[in-house]
Ligand binder design. Structure first.
Ligand code: MD6
Ligand code: FE
Length: 197
């Protein structure tokens, strides 16, 4: 296992998963999931929205954290207290998160190998919560092209990238359609909590 990749399978009960997913979909009525474009011009297959003071955005100008939804111009909805509680439980030493990125994977969506490096301070971890269909997550080292390993992330699992794994390359190879009944309309919802600034 990659040092600093911390995996907590089954961290959330089914009722907790339902409550969290419902809270995010209610927030998305105000801050709709949109399909970001990468600076090269291609649309991502994942749809995204944000919660909390900041969220990650991508467009032709690049990657960055913003305080407002790129389409509505409104501030992101508040960070759900359940997410703050998870952060305090699994990252008690770290400063509070100021950003939550919500990734929605409908049928066929995936995410290429990347590093999370748009945050100001890499000493804080990134905490991920998986909801809905199981994902095949791939994680390697801090250089592209090195060895990787694959981990299945199921609904209710929490994982953290900390320490040496904080800048590890990682991505979602595929999502196993129909493996969960949690998400209305099917698919997977991933929430990543970050300290952006
Ligand atoms: C996903 N996750 O699970 C994509 N980033 O949909 C990530 O990109 C990620 O799982 C940083 C830390 C943990 C992650
Ligand atoms: Fe990431």
């Amino acid at each position: 296992m990659v040092e600093g990749f911390i995996f907590h399978p089954g961290a959330l009960s089914r009722p907790e998963q339902e409550a969290l997913a419902a809270e995010v979909f209610v927030a998305a009525e105000d801050a709709p999931f949109w399909q970001p474009v990468v600076p090269g011009g291609k649309a991502m297959s994942v749809r995204m929205t944000g919660l909390g003071p900041l969220s990650w955005v991508s467009d032709l100008k690049g990657y960055r954290y913003e305080a407002r939804h790129p389409q509505t111009g409104k501030p992101w909805p508040p960070m759900p207290p359940m997410l703050l509680a998870l952060w305090r439980r699994y990252a008690p030493e770290a400063p509070e998160p100021d950003a939550c990125l919500a990734n929605l994977y409908r049928e066929g969506a995936k995410m290429g190998l990347h590093q999370d490096k748009d945050e100001a301070d890499f000493s804080a971890p990134v905490l991920s919560v998986s909801l809905g269909d199981t994902a095949v997550f791939r994680i390697g080292g801090t250089t592209r092209g090195g060895p990787t390993r694959s981990v299945r992330l199921s609904s209710g699992d929490v994982c953290l990238l900390t320490g040496p794994a904080r800048l590890a390359f990682h991505g979602i190879d595929r999502v196993l359609a129909g493996s969960s009944t949690l998400i209305p309309g099917g698919g997977r919802l991933n929430l990543t909590l970050r300290r952006a600034r």
